[in-house]
Design a protein around this ligand. Structure first.
Ligand code: IMP
Length: 185
């Protein structure tokens, strides 16, 4: 078992699998309470949210369905242009439904600002955001998660679904990628 101070191959554990499990359980309990007697649709933002969504969903004791959405940020080199484009829409109608967008990390807020506007156009009964991580110091848009796991400093993290150039998504802990240099976000 790794610990929060162990460094292996340029990876430093920031949030351990045990801390993640405890916090995901707490978020699920809160969702169960907030939506008691209701149905919910979890809309996972591909690909980073996949492990968070799987762990969260298994602890939600409500009538629950899943859908997935995918966006791309276009930019030159390693700097995002800030332009978000839809790569894959949801497959099911969201009108009149309780929608929870499940995201790995709320960073500048551009992605979730775009997605909430897009989904509001479908007239859901309610729309909330569950983001595992929140980097408030990087925010460019005034958006907050209704449910969040951890607030973290401005460090590039990988693991538990999050990647650097598609790698590290399978790590069970959330780790800082040391010496990542200028990272694409
Ligand atoms: P935002 O639009 O800037 O809020 O960015 C959200 C997306 O940027 C997340 O869904 C991630 O895909 C990516 N991202 C932001 N920070 C990190 C990070 O530290 N590690 C991995 N991906 C990140």
């Amino acid at each position: 078992m790794t610990t929060a101070t162990q460094t292996t191959s340029g990876l430093r554990v920031m949030i351990s699998r045990d801390e993640i499990a405890k916090r995901v359980h707490e978020i699920a309990q809160q969702i169960n309470k907030d939506y008691a007697g209701e149905k919910v649709v979890l809309v996972g933002v591909l690909k980073g949210s996949c492990l968070f969504l799987s762990d969260l969903a298994r602890q939600i004791a409500l009538d629950t369905t899943f859908d997935f959405i995918s966006v791309s940020s276009y930019g030159q080199g390693k700097i995002s242009s800030g332009e978000v484009k839809l790569a894959k829409d949801v497959d099911t109608p969201l009108q009149g439904r309780n929608v929870i967008i499940v995201e790995d990390i709320l960073d500048t807020g551009l992605t979730l600002t775009y997605l909430t506007k897009l989904m509001e156009a479908s007239q859901p009964k309610s729309l909330k955001i569950a983001a595992l991580l929140d980097k408030p110091s990087r925010r460019l848009k005034p958006i907050q998660a209704d449910y969040f796991g951890f607030k973290i400093p401005d460090e590039f993290v990988v693991g538990y679904g999050m990647d650097y150039a598609e790698r590290y998504r399978n790590l069970p802990d959330i780790c800082v990628l040391e010496n990542a240099g200028e990272t694409e976000r």
